[in-house]
Write a protein that binds this ligand. Structure first.
Ligand code: PHE
Length: 453
């Protein structure tokens, strides 16, 4: 079967633009908001070690798999899975993988928009100087009264989602590529400034580093391992088709393995550097590293408030977070938008509004989880937000990633995979071994151990 050599949705203008877009997808709230707090909650060093191992042995091979399937199919993940499965004479059940990914995308985007909205609001809260000299009680109250106010949480969420829809509606070239071309370099620049700021003003840089890198394996539980693995999938945007969708727009000839490795390195560097901004500031002020999702919104503003130039640098920090979030949220929408355009011949504008609107509406449940639904527990002690976050990160993404690895390693036509990867036979075998055995088995073992251990 002849599969198109270009995507109908447009193409990245170069390999570098793909790297910026995929790194833009990868670098997000996962790196700056989630990584430091889950590392903090799970004791730091040992957690980070497992996380790094997952990036290397599971993340990179699965990212290469997603890109290669995407480029082979050149369509939305749903239609790409249909075409590539058919071309490989695979069982039609594999087609369901694209659908599962789209579902995970909605789940993630729904709560993602809420947290990103908080970050936008904190640009102004920090900039106004209200945290200058504030104490812990003030910062805690400021955060709980902010998230307790349903109107402002929904308002900021709506603003963020509207921005996401606007960029997505403009298309692959004018929307996505233009956005990442400017925001990604800006993001790296701001991050470097903040690392230097934390290093020079906190006096606790080494303490921050040792919290992240002193590998004390005794602290680790199987739950911690599952969270580290889930975090690796989430932070690399794997397991739901975002990278597959972006891979469909990658020009032929660009090296997939090299690209996947670069993206993983950039993403890991940003996560670790964010930790090197946050933990030195936290320790400099004698604060707790394990305060959960509030780490970035309570502990950090408080820390900035104690420091010279804190209002300015604090607001720069939240600009950075907002940039990182928007270059990720557009990739969460892309699989579903591309599918609607292909299937219904819808215009991109309509598709973006529809898909973004559904994610926004679902997100209201997460927005309410901090105020009017705070006492409503969907499962056990978990709020609506907790359930969305937990199921997508710890179940849907690892499961999706495992199936993608199995598909690329075992099911997809070998010749097709070999041509896309275009590497020496030795490297091909290594990738295939990781995709066939190591990545799926690792996910399986962690699943089983968290249920039974
Ligand atoms: N990788 C993004 C982050 O770290 C989140 C994301 C997950 C984006 C899945 C796309 C797909 O914030």
């Amino acid at each position: 079967m002849a599969i198109a050599s270009e995507s109908q949705h447009g193409m990245w203008s170069s390999r570098l633009m793909f790297i910026l877009a995929a790194a833009g997808s990868a670098v997000g709230l996962g790196n700056i908001w989630r990584f430091p707090y889950v590392a903090g909650e799970n004791g730091g060093g040992a957690f980070v070690l497992v996380y790094l191992g997952c990036i290397l042995l599971i993340g990179i091979p699965i990212m290469a798999s997603e890109i290669l399937i995407g480029r082979a199919g050149r369509q939305s993940p749903i239609n790409t899975m249909i075409e590539v499965s058919a071309a490989s004479n695979a069982n039609p059940a594999w087609q369901g993988l694209g659908w599962m990914g789209a579902l995970a995308g909605f789940t993630i985007l729904s709560f993602y928009g809420v947290i990103a909205g908080w970050a936008i609001s904190y640009i102004f809260q920090m900039g106004s100087g209200s945290f200058t000299g504030a104490d812990a009680a003030f910062a805690g109250n400021a955060f709980s009264s902010f998230i307790g106010d349903v109107g402002s949480v929904v308002g900021w969420q709506t603003l963020f989602m509207a921005g996401t829809i606007y960029i997505a509606a403009r298309g692959v070239g004018a929307g996505l590529e233009t956005t990442v071309k400017y925001l990604m370099p800006a993001l790296f620049f701001l991050l470097v400034i903040l690392v230097l700021y934390a290093a020079f003003t906190s006096g606790k840089f080494l303490e921050g580093a040792s919290f992240l890198f002193s590998f004390n394996v005794e602290k680790l539980t199987w739950d911690g391992v599952l969270i580290a693995m889930g975090q690796a999938f989430f932070t690399l945007s794997l397991g739901m088709g975002a990278i597959m969708a972006y891979g469909a727009y990658l020009p032929k000839g660009a090296s997939i393995l090299g690209t996947a490795t670069t993206i993983a390195l950039v993403d890991t560097a940003v996560a670790l550097l964010s930790g090197m901004v946050i933990f030195p500031l936290v320790f400099a002020n004698g604060l707790e590293s394990s305060s959960g999702p509030g780490l970035m919104f309570v502990t950090l503003p408080l820390a900035f408030g104690q420091m010279e130039g804190g209002a300015l640098f604090g607001s720069i920090f939240f600009i950075l977070v907002t940039f990182a979030a928007i270059t990720s949220s557009i990739s969460l929408l892309e699989p579903a938008i591309a599918w609607l355009v292909e299937k219904r011949n819808a215009s991109r504008v309509k598709a973006a509004i529809l898909v973004g609107g559904v994610a926004w509406a679902l997100g209201l449940g997460s927005a309410f989880s901090f105020n009017i639904w705070a006492d409503f527990h969907l499962i056990g002690q978990m709020t609506f937000f907790d359930v969305m976050d937990y199921t997508s990160n710890n179940i849907l993404l690892p499961l999706g990633g495992m199936l993608i690895a199995l598909f690329a390693g075992w099911v997809m036509d070998d010749q097709m995979a070999r041509e896309e990867l275009d590497v020496s036979p030795g490297i091909y075998k290594t990738w295939q071994f990781l995709a066939r055995f190591i990545a799926p088995l690792a996910v399986l073992v962690v699943f089983i151990m968290t249920v039974f251990a």
